[in-house]
Design a protein around this ligand. Structure first.
Ligand code: PGA
Length: 259
């Protein structure tokens, strides 16, 4: 049985009301789930959500993630938050390199490397998003692009930096769309990523969690998780509807032995 990880990315959505109702509704089911759950609400609500999770005695079952950090730990950078601050309030994960950040905030490999380095120095698990654009996909460049994005970390910080790191393969063209995900195709990409890592360090390649993200929903989640190299899913839109998210958690829990 795989060590599954399910990540819910709220993006720029949610409020105190949703946090209360979401945690109260999932609190009983997550206690019977045999996999890890990470939720990434907007940064502003991390501390609040943490308190609500504690009040439902769910802190052993849910971890929280930031959706982003700054490339600095402190200083004159108005509007930013740092890895150090996340550590200070007890946040364990942070998403970096998400497609939204690349598209709308022009983040590149250099900024992602800086963020990765800061997270590692604070002992926070990076959820490193990688993935290709539609054009790169059409030009058959997917595997080369993914490997280049991982290499950005490996060449600069060494392969051991990938210990306690989660890789999230998120094809930019597949995020937030109502597209039909071909799980066999996604498996092929995940397998290529794992094989690439295996050539450098067998143990890391075996232990690293490679997530898939991009239009994951109740209908496709099982087929995805049944693929040998898909260790979990990063869910955006489909995780914001609490009833739907509960359905997804239940179907995963009920099929754990087929993964
Ligand atoms: P989606 O988002 O599930 O809505 O496609 C995934 C993501 O952006 O992380």
């Amino acid at each position: 049985m795989k060590n599954l990880l399910i990540i819910s990315n709220w993006k720029l959505n949610g409020n105190k009301y949703l946090i209360n109702s979401f945690i109260s509704k999932i609190s009983h089911i997550i206690k019977s789930c045999n996999f890890s759950i990470v939720i990434a609400p907007p940064l502003l609500y991390l501390d609040y959500m943490q308190q609500i999770i504690k009040s439902y005695k769910c802190d052993n079952y849910i971890s929280l993630s930031a959706q982003n950090i700054d490339i600095h730990n402190y200083g004159s950078f108005t509007g930013e938050i740092s890895a150090k601050m996340l550590k200070d309030i007890g946040i364990q994960y942070a998403i970096i390199g998400h497609a939204d950040r690349k598209i709308f905030h022009k983040e590149n490999n250099n900024t992602i490397l800086k963020k990765f380095t800061l997270l590692k120095s604070e002992g926070i698990f990076p959820i490193l998003c990688i993935g290709e654009t539609k054009k790169e996909y059409q030009n058959n460049q997917t595997i080369a692009i993914c490997i280049k994005q991982i290499d950005n970390i490996v060449k600069n910080l060494g392969i051991l930096a990938l210990q306690d790191t989660i890789i999230a393969y998120e094809p930019i063209w597949a995020i937030g769309n109502k597209i039909v995900i071909n799980s066999t195709y996604i498996q092929k990409i995940h397998n290529a990523i794992r094989n690439y890592l295996m050539q450098i360090n067998y143990k890391i390649s075996k232990n690293i969690s490679i997530q898939y993200g991009g239009s994951v929903n109740f209908n496709n989640v099982l087929n995805l998780l049944k693929q040998p190299d898909i260790d979990g899913v990063l869910i955006g839109k489909a995780s914001l509807d609490t009833e739907n998210f509960i359905k997804i958690l239940n179907v995963i829990n009920n099929n754990l032995y087929s993964f």
